[in-house]
Design a protein around this ligand. Sequence first.
Ligand code: NAP
Length: 277
Amino acid sequence: MSKTVLITGASSGIGKAAAHYFATQGWNVIATMRTPEKETELVDNQPIFVTRLDVQRPETIETAIQQGIARFGQIDVVVNNAGYGQYGIFEALTPEQVHEQFDVNVFGVMNTIRAVLPHFRARKQGMIINISSGAGRFTLPLISLYNASKFALEGFSEALSFELAALNIGVKIVEPGGTTTNFIKVSEEKIALKPLPEYDGFINASSQMFGQLKAMRLATAEEVAEVIYQAASDGTDTLRYLVGNDDFKQRVNNRLTMPDQDYVNSIKESYLPFMPA
Ligand code: NAP
């Protein structure tokens, strides 16, 4: 019998590429999104079932799971992919922006997991794959909120993996580096606009540092999708899967191997040269 995956945020980018990839590998796919009525590429036909799921609206999560089970009989894997980056200076962000970042990137994941666990417990099996980020492993300037949400997701996922392993339910974390999706555009549109001129020098310097990062080769959504599929199907209990260019992998490795203060200093050294004298 074919396996079934439920993917959140399948309207674009990594989620959409994963929906296509799992389908080509013979899986049933519950491709969920906030506005399925706008979807034109993913066709609601075997083996793909397109339905509504907004991670900020728990009732839509419950309904999507029940519809998916009704359609395919069971769910084997849930990919928590929906997310975005709230960039900008912390002081310029509103409390609503702070809450929304955690609502989508953290509480939305928790809500989805809470909703699917009874099904996984009843089947005595299941797997959860949370899409984190390099920003869940190392910090950068200008993304304190996104960093906070992905660090929270990492800690939650790692600790959850222990209690769910006891129930034969796997938890995995996929950590992409920069990937060519709508993410950068969405994040830049959400950047805080409140003018606080005291930060201008820092923002300009950090933006130049980011410009250098963006000039490096980005992963494609399809490359990330392949790694998500590998995580779903490799039969191991590996917790973390990195996807990205060599610089990205080096940054993660630096965070793991460098003394803490050396790492923090190395990040400062990457934007301080651009600061006005
Ligand atoms: P993307 O193309 O912007 O896709 C993000 C998806 O999340 C969209 O389908 C979006 O739906 C959905 N979403 C946002 N808020 C939602 C909500 N409340 N409920 C349900 N869905 C919601 O970006 P992406 O790069 O594929 O991002 C996917 C994941 O990868 C995110 O968790 C992101 O943090 C992570 N990631 C991305 C990068 C990168 O450089 N691209 C790097 C590391 C990690 P709508 O179409 O309705 O807005």
